[in-house]
Design a protein around this ligand. Structure first.
Ligand code: ATP
Length: 219
């Protein structure tokens, strides 16, 4: 069986420690050697990002420059159609063949909304789901039928993730990081410090390019 490969999708507008730190800890917990970060181009459920695709990519490159765990994949950034996770994972599965274990990493907030994602049930046909904790979101699904779906796929054994190609949901006991890109954008607009929330090189890039700031002197 080839090594478990994990993919981490998101908007990363901008990338922050709430993205990076839980996933580094998760990687240690379950024995992951590579995480492919895959920024979205046109996220279907959300307003458009403030930074351009090129800027989000450059911030990610700066954030992972000294972190060999991560590698960047630009396939969704280069598309001009909506990037549905179900479609992307189908493509990953085709590339990887039927046996290789694949996983998709999300935060707790994404798990709660997961049943609203396009064709969400097919996702577990192609990958496992690895869920990082995030403060402020419930641990249970809103609807009973979705809780049953979750319970039917849950595992607390990391071995299961390596021993089967897809189909499991693993709730990782990662620490809470109370950081969001929205909070960072709001703080920067008000000229408040975000130094603890994201890598210094990313913050320097934000200031250099005048991103997320109402007035260029702010921050
Ligand atoms: P925004 O505030 O703009 O909605 P975000 O900070 O939630 O953005 P995204 O790029 O939308 O970041 O998130 C990408 C993935 O990272 C999602 O699966 C999300 O659940 C997860 N994530 C983001 N922040 C955290 C956090 N603080 N803890 C755990 N997971 C997180």
């Amino acid at each position: 069986m080839t090594a478990l490969k994990a993919i981490y999708g998101g908007t990363f507008d901008p990338v922050h420690y709430g993205h990076l730190k839980p996933v580094e800890i998760l990687a240690n917990l379950i024995g992951l050697s590579k995480v492919v970060i895959m920024p979205n181009n046109v996220p279907p459920h959300r307003p458009q990002p403030e930074a351009t695709s090129a800027q989000r990519k450059e911030m990610l490159e700066l954030a992972i420059a000294d972190k060999p765990l991560f590698e960047l994949d630009e396939r969704e950034l280069k598309r001009d159609t909506p990037s549905y996770t179900s479609e992307t994972l189908k493509a990953w599965r085709q590339e990887a063949g039927p046996d290789r274990p694949l996983a998709f990493i999300i935060g707790q907030d994404s798990l709660i909304n997961f049943p609203t994602w396009h064709d969400y049930q097919s996702i577990l046909g192609n990958a496992h789901l690895l869920v990082c904790r995030r403060p402020g979101y419930p641990m249970a699904m809103k609807e009973e039928q979705h809780q049953q779906w979750l319970d039917a796929h849950l595992t607390n054994r990391a071995e299961d993730l390596h021993d089967s190609p897809s189909g499991k949901i693993y709730l990782a006991e990662t620490p809470w990081f109370d950081i969001s890109a929205t909070l960072i954008r709001e703080r920067l607009q008000k000229g408040e410090s975000c130094a603890e929330m994201l890598p210094a090189a990313v913050l320097a890039y934000i200031h250099q390019h005048g991103l997320y700031q109402a007035i260029s002197e702010a921050g």
